[in-house]
Design a protein around this ligand. Structure first.
Ligand code: URA
Length: 210
């Protein structure tokens, strides 16, 4: 992808996102909407995949048919909210390999700390799509991308649902080579690091926690 930031302002994406933002939307409906939007976002984040051709036979004649080139993609969920985006993307690319990065925020240093890391082999030969619904401060996203690069990934895209200008700037500074695809860019972060107007805590809304 050539652009550092792609905003997928498709009417269906925006409509579903507005439903997700409403505080009265139930956990079940929120999860379902996220799954539906993630399929549409996955369509955009995979737009420029490398292609090759394969000789096939239709019932009428032979042809060189376009197929995806290279190793299977790697989808990396940044826990825990990443799992909500992962499901829809995985529906669209069922043969993708899947990995997980677990990070929590140290309450004293406010820095992300790794507690889990399991990713597919040969990351250096795969397109890696890291997913996390909320790009807020960018701290955990930058840390997750750092870890993926340490594990060998060189071709990474970041897929989120909502981004704050602060998170986009932080990612652009730390990882200018990682394109971001999002459904919307909101106004700002509040003092607690929540996206404004946002949709609240994506993990809590997805899993019914507080
Ligand atoms: N994480 C969330 O889930 N929501 C925000 O608004 C910011 C970070």
């Amino acid at each position: 992808m050539s652009e550092h930031l792609t905003v997928v302002s498709h009417p269906l994406v925006l409509h579903k996102l507005s439903l997700m933002r409403e505080k009265t939307t139930s956990t079940a409906v929120f999860r379902q909407l996220l799954r539906e939007i993630s399929v549409l976002l996955a369509y955009e984040v995979t737009r420029e995949l490398d292609m090759t051709t394969k000789r096939i036979e239709t019932p009428i004649q032979e042809m060189d048919a376009p197929v995806l080139a290279g190793k299977k993609l790697a989808l990396i969920s940044i826990l825990r909210a990443g799992n909500g985006l992962l499901d829809g993307v995985h529906d669209l690319i069922p043969s993708a390999r899947v990995g997980f990065v677990g990070l929590y925020r140290d309450e004293e240093t406010l820095q992300p700390v790794q507690y889990y890391f399991k990713v597919p082999t040969e990351l250096d030969e795969r397109l890696v799509i890291a997913v996390d619904p909320m790009l807020a401060t960018g701290n955990s996203s930058v840390a997750a991308i750092d870890l993926l690069k340490e594990a060998g990934a060189t071709n990474i895209r970041f897929l989120c649902l909502l981004a704050a200008p602060e998170g986009i700037a932080r990612m652009k500074e730390a990882h200018p080579d990682v394109p971001i695809v999002t459904a919307a860019v909101d106004e700002k972060l509040n003092e607690q690091g929540y996206i404004v107007p946002g949709l609240g805590d994506a993990g809590d809304r997805m899993f019914g926690t507080k």
